[in-house]
Design a protein around this ligand. Structure first.
Ligand code: G16
Length: 560
């Protein structure tokens, strides 16, 4: 139970953070999100939760104050578990109860039921935030919440990208150096290692134009500029736009979510960029997509999305593995490395076909990195990506141990140097790509290194396969929780009759595929449709949006 001193502190501070009337926060795809003025009570309580989780696990926990791709007036919170991944799903109901506790007495009860005290050691809760103006006041609420729990201390780690905070939590718990500088150093060292291993050198490849990055007017652009200084990229020219310092608004007409959903040129980009390699980060830099501005006379882009990033990573890793595993002495390899690819229902059908043709095992999970990450961690090399650009590559501990040992063995013998290089490349990839969560900055560096290794332009990469035309829509409904889905969100089970209606509509289209699901970050139903032409995909998405509106709607079809 709580000690007397804690109770009275809670009673005196809780009244400063009342739960707004009618506000029912709900733990969604990636934590809580809402209009920022509603959130002080939620952040205060998530401070408490972070501290309780740190006590329970006797490890460092992270709290990230961000609403990622949502508009600037929103904010939210993501909670980072000791491994660096998202909060363990079995704590989500507790997070909901805590966030919705109506009175201070209820809060005390919930805390008393959960509190654990082990050892004298203080446990740390690292609190990071993105660049939103509401961040500092929500940080104060979070720190007060953490301070209520005896044995826990709040550490303000300042403005960071979400993946930087995840990385720090993971590194802290592995007892390795965990400052922001260490993150940048690990990325730049492993990137340079990959570049040095490019056959013939990677610096002066003809036709390798500059990379231009759209920072979504968020935290990622500035961080990328810091890294650029450290990297001393010689051959690679990197330009960052929409860093937020020029007065643009966070996520407004810019950023990975906008570019991927609207498939149009973000603000700050235009005819001067025709044909060159461009990339967009989202507001907290945990996702990224690439794109090409195809012509002067249109605002449309050619999108290179998370599925194609996944495909590029998979090709490279598979190639390095097969070099490494080739039989040189007739003995064969002594490790059966299981590679798995994880996608969601949003993955373009053409990408899934392509990955299967490469001989890869592909599985689907519901939306949300917490689901994809969990699945990917079951493989020796698990590559996961959402089409929206959120993903990473996970390496299992046993495989990494084997790889280190293999590398030692290869360095001592007079074997094929390419085999040794393959081991070194895989080790570098495991250090470059964030092992805690999807990370736009480390992901971009890996893309850049691989493109150079393959001597591929963005056009060559984009031509790996042709996306089926697709369309995404949002529909505002009375209560989005009325939609319940199954089979990795590909099927609606509630309300009754809706899935049958969707099936009947989809059957009218060649290569038609369509699903709907409630968003866990916005108050909308999302509709995704694919068909053999863009017009058909648009019509299918529209018809299904109308169905959603008919079954659940406000009437009048408020879709966008
Ligand atoms: C979050 C999650 C992603 C998810 C996205 C959209 O991204 O981390 O896994 O794809 O929300 O989720 P929903 O469709 O449920 O709104 P972010 O970048 O906003 O944190």
């Amino acid at each position: 139970t709580m000690e007397e001193e804690q109770r009275s502190l809670l009673l005196s501070t809780a009244s400063r953070f009342p739960l707004p009337q009618g506000f029912k926060p709900s733990y969604g795809t990636a934590g809580f999100r809402a209009e920022a003025s509603l959130l002080p009570s939620t952040l205060y309580r998530m401070g408490i939760l972070g501290a309780l989780r740190a006590l329970k696990t006797q490890s460092v926990i992270g709290i990230m104050i961000t609403a990622s791709h949502n508009q600037v007036s929103d904010n939210g919170v993501k909670i980072v578990d000791p491994t660096g991944g998202m909060l363990s799903q079995d704590w989500e109901p507790f997070a909901d109860s805590l966030a919705n506790a109506p009175t201070a007495d209820c809060l005390i009860q919930l805390i008393s039921d959960k509190i654990e005290r082990c050892g004298e050691k203080k446990v740390e809760v690292l609190v990071g935030r993105d660049t939103r103006p509401s961040g500092p006041s929500l940080l104060e609420a979070t720190k007060l919440g953490i301070g209520l729990i005896i044995g826990a201390v709040a550490i303000d780690v300042g403005i960071l990208t979400t993946p930087q905070l995840h990385w720090m939590v993971r590194a802290s718990n592995c007892s390795t150096r965990a400052a922001e500088f260490d993150y940048f150093e690990q990325l730049s060292m492993s990137f340079r290692c990959l570049m040095d291993l490019i056959p013939g050198g990677g610096e002066s490849i003809e036709g390798f134009h500059k990379l231009v990055v759209d920072g979504a007017n968020g935290v990622g652009g500035e961080k990328l500029l810091v890294l650029k200084e450290m990297l001393n990229l010689k051959g690679l020219e990197l330009e960052v736009r929409n860093t937020g310092s020029g007065g643009g608004v966070l996520n407004e007409g810019v950023g990975a979510d906008f570019v991927q959903k609207e498939k149009v040129v973000p603000s700050g980009f235009g005819s001067q960029d025709v044909g060159i390699r461009c990339a967009s980060l989202d507001g907290d830099a945990d996702r990224f997509v690439y794109f090409i501005v195809p012509s002067k006379n249109s605002d449309k882009i050619e999108l290179v999305d998370g599925d194609k990033i996944l495909s590029l990573f998979a090709i490279f890793i598979k190639e390095q593995l097969s070099i490494l595993m080739k039989k040189t002495d007739g003995a064969g390899n002594d490790y059966q490395c299981r590679i798995g690819v994880v996608q969601t229902a949003y993955a373009n059908g053409a990408s899934t076909d392509y990955l299967k043709q490469l001989g890869l095992e592909v599985v689907l999970t519901p939306t949300g990195v917490k689901h994809l990450h969990e699945k990917a961690a079951q493989y020796d090399i698990g590559i996961y990506f959402e089409a929206n650009g959120h993903g990473t590559v996970l390496f299992s501990e046993p495989f990494l141990h084997w790889l280190e040992a293999k590398n030692d063995e290869l360095s001592s013998g007079a074997q094929d140097p390419e085999q040794r290089n393959a081991a070194l490349r895989l080790l570098a990839v495991s250090k470059l790509i964030n092992q805690a969560i999807g990370d736009a900055i480390s992901g971009i560096l890996l893309v850049e290194a691989i493109l150079r290794h393959m001597k591929w332009s963005i056009h060559r990469w984009s031509e790996l396969y042709h996306d089926l035309p697709s369309k995404q829509l949002k529909v505002k409904v009375v209560d989005r929780t009325a939609v319940v889905t199954a089979n990795a969100e590909t099927e609606v089970v509630k309300p009754p009759g809706l899935q049958e209606a969707i099936n009947a509509e989809t059957a009218k289209y060649s290569k038609g595929r369509c699903f709907i699901r409630p968003s866990g970050t916005e108050d909308v139903i999302r509709v995704y449709a694919e068909a053999s032409t863009q017009d058909e995909a648009n019509t299918l998405a529209n018809s299904v949006a109308n169905l959603a509106d008919k079954f659940l709607g406000l009437g009048g079809g408020s879709k966008s």
